[in-house]
Design a protein around this ligand. Structure first.
Ligand code: ADP
Ligand code: ZN
Length: 639
């Protein structure tokens, strides 16, 4: 058996490497540099943990894991120690004595894996330590986790990551492995350049997350939509709700809590202790729903998050994919749900326009936003589109350069069977006529004066509503007045949203002469022409009545992992969970660090009578068998 295979089994209790893990691990053990692109939940950690352990066994010293996730280092190290691996971390939360203790252990060769924040790598003291280790040949590996943080094109740029250039120069010969779940072509090229990974082998996994079901719904009354979604389909389950603003985070957390949902807020404006406390509760308690800004989630490796909801649209597909990817790391069914409306299009466009960035940067951001809008408006398979964005054709595996696939032959016919559009193909209506009338109304209304008119006013004119404002400006005289009286307001809103999303309609800033306020006003763009001339058709989804969407509740199963267990096994599972909760609490670690639900479910089903029976269970490494085996047997016997 190869050394990596025996580490996988003995330490982690897993039978086989997954996907490209084997190739990555062998490459790094042999001393090669690697760039690993793998979706969240794909199993990146093992890609550096196994080489670190094997190289330590070969006498090559300590692996340094660079990670921006100070708040999670304690749990990461705890998880390794539970598996019997000597690990430690250095970050600003340690006291002077604790720091010295870690440094001493480091020098004496007692540590296999050291987690450090990137800013630490820039301190002369730490570099001095590394220099010493390097000189003795005791620096085995650098793992750079969340490597997209080095790139301004990633959605999580951290200037401290730029300092990592030093590794390449100062510690030549020490293998480096950079890992990320963000992989669009631009970010990827930037990571390679910034970290000097030109010679590294690239390992690109399929980005598909087949167990995640994608759903994008039209935003109407989003708070109630969200409440219904959680109550009907995810009662008692852990989830994350992403919001744009801190204020919204707090309001939503409160509303959910008032409705009996175990919800907590998280955003960068809360005091550090509260943030840490909420994060700990999310990780340690069952069924917590975290309402959060994007400040939350990176590196959260809780395996049983059953849903990720977006009540506001993110900035781009990378962000959306990374955030939704936090659901279902355990491979069990999970959902990504987003509510999306006209206001999202307007807000996101405005944020780009108003940012102080230079025009070239804004241009890139607009392109990225457009791709996400295209996904939200799509009437065909969401997964096919998502994967195409990452350069992958659904069903055909990863592709090399990460550039979006423009047109995939036959892609329209590809179906994943696990997104809203595949499960309930939307009825379509032809909005071409409505779109033309809408655009010409905007044109004509602006011809009459240079004032600003919001979407509501334009729709009033088109639908022939003689409001005070319409009368005041004489807009009942424009030639399109009332031409759209057969269209409902939601229909016209959908048309407007799609025109904005595809760039056939634009937003233009106007300063009010009276109040000095700045308004967004609708304006025609070069893209409007083709629609006006009838050269492009506008396909829209029929607004679906809320009652139509079937609740997909999985009966009243208490837990996705235990869904297939018989009644006796259910009892054992519940007892095992209760036992695990106590152990986790006494070790001050999240429950899943002790054993995953899937491991407990497998034990419950197996009904083991001896330590030998327990040995082959996935997730049961040698150290855990020794530490917990007897207890597990006792709990199983109880049932
Ligand atoms: P990532 O960092 O890529 O998001 P993780 O490293 O957290 O993913 O792995 C996701 C989950 O998959 C973890 O719970 C991990 O224990 C599990 N896992 C990873 N590799 C394997 C494997 N070879 N066999 C079984 N489970 C695995
Ligand atoms: Zn699909």
């Amino acid at each position: 058996m190869s050394p990596e295979q025996s580490v996988l089994q003995a330490v982690f209790g897993y039978e086989q490497f997954r996907g490209p893990q084997q190739a990555i691990v062998s490459h790094v053990i042999a001393g090669g540099d690697a760039l690993v692109l793998m979706p969240t939940g794909g199993g990146k950690s093992l890609c550096y943990q196994v080489p670190a352990i094997v190289r330590q066994q070969q006498g090559k010293g300590v692996a340094i894991v660079v990670s921006p996730l100070i708040a999670l280092m304690h749990d990461q190290v705890g998880a390794l120690e539970e598996a019997g691996v000597s690990a430690a971390y250095l970050n600003s939360t340690l006291s002077y004595d604790e720091t010295q203790d870690v440094e001493w252990r480091l020098q004496s060769g007692d540590i296999t894996m050291l987690y450090a924040a990137p800013e630490r790598l820039n301190t002369p003291r730490f570099l001095g330590l590394l220099d010493d280790l390097h000189a003795q040949g005791k620096l085995s590996l650098f793992a750079i986790d969340e490597a997209h943080c080095v790139s301004q094109w990633g959605h999580d740029f951290r200037p401290e990551y730029r300092a990592l250039t030093v590794l390449h120069e100062r510690y030549a010969g020490v293998p480096r492995i950079a890992l990320t779940a963000t992989a669009d072509a631009l970010t990827r090229a930037d990571i390679i350049e910034r970290l000097h990974l030109e010679a590294a082998q690239q390992f690109i996994s399929s980005f598909d997350r087949p167990n995640i079901r994608y759903r994008i719904v039209e935003k109407k009354d989003v708070t109630n939509q969200l409440l219904r979604f959680i109550e009907r389909e995810h009662e008692g389950e852990a989830g994350v709700v992403y919001c744009q603003s801190r204020k919204r985070v707090e309001e939503l957390a409160q509303t959910l809590a008032q409705n009996g949902i175990h919800a907590l807020p998280y955003h960068a404006g809360l005091p550090v202790e509260m943030r840490q406390q909420h994060q700990d509760r999310f990780l340690r308690e069952d069924g917590v729903v975290m309402c959060a800004t994007i400040a939350f989630g990176m590196g959260i490796n809780k395996p049983d998050v059953r849903f990720v909801a977006h009540v506001d649209m993110p900035k781009n597909i990378e962000g959306y994919y990374q955030e939704t990817g936090r659901a279902g790391r355990d491979g069990l069914p999970a959902e990504a749900w987003m509510a999306y409306g006209l206001s999202d299009v307007v807000n996101q466009r405005r944020m780009i326009d108003e940012s102080p960035a230079e025009e070239g940067f804004k241009q890139v951001m607009r392109g990225k936003l457009d791709a996400l809008l295209g996904l939200a408006e799509a009437t065909d398979c969401r997964r096919v589109r998502l994967l195409a964005y990452f350069g992958e054709q659904y069903g055909a595996g990863p592709q090399d350069d990460g550039r979006p696939l423009q047109a995939v032959a036959g892609a329209r016919r590809l179906q994943c069977g696990n997104c809203d559009n595949c499960l309930e193909p939307p009825a379509l209506w032809d909005g071409t006529d409505a779109a033309r009338k809408l655009l010409s109304t905007i044109y004509r209304v602006h011809e009459t004066s240079r004032l600003t008119y919001g979407a509501g006013h334009i729709m009033d004119v088109l639908r022939g509503k003689l409001t005070d404002k319409v009368a005041q400006y004489g807009h009942d005289k424009v030639s399109t007045f009332g031409l759209g009286k057969d269209y409902s307001e939601p229909q016209l809103r959908a048309v407007m949203r799609q025109l904005l999303a595809t760039g056939a309609l634009g937003l233009h800033k106007v300063v009010s002469e009276n109040s000095g306020h700045v308004f967004d006003t609708l304006c025609l763009t070069p893209g409007s022409r083709a629609v006006l001339k009838g050269e492009v058709t506008v396909q829209l989804r029929e607004a679906v009545a809320a009652s139509r969407s079937k609740a997909t509740r999985r009966g009243n199963q208490p837990n996705a992992a235990a869904a297939n267990l018989g009644p006796d096994a259910q009892v054992r599972f519940i007892n095992l969970k209760a036992w695990r909760a106590e152990v986790a609490k006494s070790h001050n670690l999240p429950a899943y660090v002790i054993f995953h639900d899937a491991t407990l479910a497998a034990i419950a089903e197996l009904n083991p009578q001896s330590l030998q029976d327990l040995q082959g269970v996935s997730g049961m490494g040698a150290k855990k068998l020794e530490a917990y085996g007897a207890e597990v047997l006792r709990v199983v016997a109880q049932g």
